[in-house]
Design a protein around this ligand. Structure first.
Ligand code: HEM
Length: 189
């Protein structure tokens, strides 16, 4: 990928700033956001315990409910009024992706983790429009494979809650305590 980015810079197709943004997005997406999403989706699979919920539905709801990129920055290209607030040209704003994914007017009972909800796919965890995440399809495949693999352990492990750290607008999963149910039963007897 580095060689391709270097070629695009040399051809004048990418500025240094654009190349830096793409490399940063790929790195944080792969090393930060995917592990966070997979942790949430796998924990959800183990907690739900039922094999009937599709892995894809769990992954979409995990993207909405535990949105990894909490905020994306923008610079206003022109004056614009949003919700009665005037944003001047060149002003920097943060688009609160996580808040939008918990918007009561878009999602029924937004605080609830519910893979069966009909409105799950309306989330904007991968952004919107021309900067929509280039890694979205890859991310979905990785997370769905992990959820399907975790399904075979459902009923044998108790998991969670997931511990988080929030750094530079990225929600990062740090811990998810796992207990084997057989061992708990042995202690009780
Ligand atoms: C859970 C995983 C991921 C999440 C939640 C996520 C989220 C996002 C979001 C919100 C944006 C839009 C940024 C903006 O509007 O400024 C974005 C852009 C982008 N993502 Fe991801 N991402 C993930 C994984 C990945 C992976 C694995 C890759 C690459 C292997 C990747 C590559 C990119 C690139 C290159 C962009 C920039 C697109 C552009 O500006 O045109 N992402 N991502």
């Amino acid at each position: 990928m580095g060689a391709r980015v270097a070629e695009l810079i040399a051809d004048g197709q990418l500025s240094i700033d654009e190349a830096t943004a793409v490399v940063a997005q790929v790195t944080t997406g792969t090393l930060g956001a995917i592990p966070t999403l997979v942790t949430h989706a796998v924990v959800a699979r183990l907690q739900l315990g039922d094999e009937t919920t599709a892995a894809a539905a769990i992954v979409e709801e995990a993207l909405r409910h535990a949105t990894p990129f909490l905020m994306v920055p923008r610079t206003a290209g022109a004056a614009v009024s949003v919700g009665g607030i005037c944003i001047e040209p060149n002003e920097r704003v943060g688009l609160m992706v996580d808040a939008a994914n918990r918007d009561r007017t878009a999602f029924a009972d937004p605080e609830a983790f519910c893979p069966a909800r009909h409105d799950s796919n309306g989330h904007i965890a991968f952004g919107l429009g021309r900067h929509y995440c280039l890694g979205a399809a890859l991310t979905r495949v990785v997370a769905e494979v992990a959820v399907e693999a975790a399904g075979s352990r459902a009923g044998t492990l108790t998991v969670g809650p997931v511990g988080h750290e929030e750094l530079f607008g990225l929600r990062t999963a740090r811990s998810a305590p796992v207990t084997r149910m057989e061992r708990r039963r042995e202690r009780a007897s």
